[in-house]
Design a protein around this ligand. Structure first.
Ligand SMILES: Cc1cc2nc3c(=O)[nH]c(=O)nc-3n(C[C@H](O)[C@H](O)[C@H](O)COP(=O)(O)O)c2cc1C
Length: 232
């Protein structure tokens, strides 16, 4: 009797073990199918990718745009400077942007006596007092390859609150259509004021930005900080 019971118990155990192993196989398969359904969910996680993906192309686009711009259009820094302050700033801008540079040189340059604004009879004082005398002929008014430039910085000293008048000759002589124009000036204390606006009124076309005034002895860092902020 004891032996029969032992055999029955053993059979029960074997049956249970076989049944369990079958269940495990099923559950491991369903876990496999659950894995595969995870893979199917992944696309739905992937479906969030299109939301993220636009960031990537737009990142790529924004990193390309400046290069494309650099390849497409050139920058020119034009300046008039009587005592070199504006020339120095123009050089900083050209270095920061990789621009070409074009100096406005009057046929009859201003001497230090000419520039003596404390003398009411100096050249500059007479020109200031009589607008008809302010037409200053330049050695060269139209830069070489003018059409190749799509960004033009125009720099000048402030004379009695406005752009030194040799600058007007240049502005009147050129067509700025399709160009971005950025005035800049140096002065002892005056701001940019209406100087950029007045030049814009004399010019043919162009997208004129507000521009910037620099202290006569502005540092390279100050100028570069401004240039970088323009996001050209
Ligand atoms: C005739 C003349 C007029 C000037 N008028 C002004 C003025 O109205 N406001 C000002 O802040 N500085 C004035 N200045 C100072 C110059 O704008 C300043 O020194 C400028 O940086 C000179 O630039 P440049 O060295 O490129 O010629 C005047 C200078 C001259 C010679």
């Amino acid at each position: 009797m004891k032996r029969i019971l032992t055999i029955l118990f053993s059979l029960t155990m074997i049956f249970s073990l076989v049944a369990c192993s079958g269940q495990n196989e099923q559950s491991s398969r369903s876990s496999g199918s659950s894995n595969s359904s995870t893979e199917e969910i992944t696309p739905s996680e992937n479906s969030s990718e299109p939301t993220e993906q636009p960031d990537k192309p737009s990142d790529t686009a924004s990193s390309k745009t400046p290069n494309e711009k650099t390849a497409e259009g050139k920058t020119l820094v034009v300046y008039y400077s009587a005592t070199n302050n504006t020339e120095t700033v123009a050089g900083y801008i050209a270095d920061a942007t990789g621009a070409d540079i074009f100096e406005l040189v009057p046929v009859e340059p201003y001497t230090s006596d000419d520039l003596d604004w404390t003398n009411s009879d100096s050249r500059v004082s007479r020109e200031h007092d009589n607008e008809s005398l302010r037409t200053v002929e330049l050695e060269k008014s139209v830069p070489d390859n003018w059409d190749e430039y799509d960004t033009v910085f125009i720099g000048y000293p402030i004379w009695w609150g406005i752009a030194a008048w040799p600058t007007d000759t240049f502005v009147k002589a050129n067509d700025f259509t399709d160009k971005t124009v950025i005035p800049f000036c140096t002065s002892s204390s005056s701001g940019l004021g209406q100087s950029g606006e007045l030049l814009k009124e004399e010019a043919k076309g162009g997208n004129w930005l507000e521009g910037e005034r620099f202290q006569s002895g502005a540092s390279e860092d100050t100028v570069k900080e401004w240039v970088n902020g323009l996001d050209l």
